[in-house]
Design a protein around this ligand. Structure first.
Ligand code: 48H
Length: 259
């Protein structure tokens, strides 16, 4: 078979345009493909919902690849280990209720399973704003990360979504935009992003789950962003809370979508 570079180019353009166009209207738009966002995408897609994940970076997986300080292993507790095993990921018993897993295997497996379940991941796209109607978020405003990084003046495109998952990690970028632009109160005690506190793994892991909830009408917060939003602690390289938070946010949104 002879290879024609133009056919290769046309195949990419044509398939991408179909794919992108198909995912402009979603049940759930997930911002950030870290462990919590990926877990949410997997669970929601397996429930049959139309889900896309928008990730700023070229790589998928957020902070999971790096393990702890670039030692590419993560730690999970009993419940996290059960989730990983269920996903087919190898887990080592480190004793006393601690388990380790290879961060590359975790990230790549989770990503693959989310895609196979039907979640569409768009990398290299940055969520720069939201759409709000009658005090409820109804979609995302997106642009190429390259445009954002270069600081070019290029107008964005928009995606409509029944629900948004804010899983941008420490920076809580989606809620920050909502806070800055709408002038409305977030569903926190102060009405604002309360901010992340220093490291306290035990408390942080539990509060991650409690803080996984609706933070503005139409927007559920998950993962590290949940603690940053509701003023709780960071936990370092223990990832059980991130996985459980992704599962929890999927359950909460599935209940809403099914009601
Ligand atoms: C598109 C965006 C945007 C945007 C950011 O940080 P993450 O891995 O998020 P979590 O919450 O799933 O996991 C947190 C975990 O990795 C971690 O950092 C822990 C446990 N820290 C504890 C500690 O003590 O430090 O992933 C967030 C993703 C990243 O890939 C970003 O690139 C992406 O979101 N992102 N994508 N548009 N505006 N902002």
């Amino acid at each position: 078979m002879s290879l024609d570079e133009i056919k290769i180019s046309r195949a990419i353009l044509s398939r991408f345009m179909t794919k992108f166009s198909d995912y402009l209207e979603l049940d759930v738009a997930i911002v950030g493909a870290g462990p919590s966002g990926l877990m949410a995408a997997l669970r929601l897609a397996r429930k049959g919902h139309k889900v896309a994940v928008f990730e700023r970076k070229l790589s998928i997986g957020g902070g999971m690849w790096g393990g702890g300080m670039m030692f590419n292993e993560i730690v999970v507790q009993e419940q996290g280990a059960a989730i990983l095993k269920d996903l087919g990921i190898t887990v080592e018993d480190a004793g006393d209720g601690y388990y380790t897993a290879d961060s590359v295997e975790c990230t790549s497996t989770l990503t693959s399973l989310a895609c196979k379940a039907g979640a569409m991941i768009f990398n290299l796209m940055t969520v720069e704003d939201v759409m709000v109607r009658e005090n409820r978020v109804t979609g995302l405003v997106i642009n190429w990360s390259a445009v954002d990084i270069a600081g070019f003046h290029v107008d964005p495109l928009a995606v409509r979504a029944g629900y948004v998952v804010e899983s941008t990690g420490h920076d809580t970028e989606v809620l920050r935009v909502i806070q800055n632009k709408t002038g409305e109160r977030l569903l926190t005690d102060t009405g604002k992003i309360m901010g992340e506190r220093s490291m306290w793994a035990e408390v942080a892991e539990n509060t991650t789950l409690e803080n996984t909830k609706e933070a503005f009408p139409g927007v559920f917060v998950a993962g590290m962003a949940a603690n940053a939003t509701f003023g709780s602690f960071r936990m370092g390289p223990i990832f059980g809370g991130m996985l459980l938070s992704g599962e929890r946010v999927a359950e909460l949104i599935d209940e809403r979508l099914s009601s």
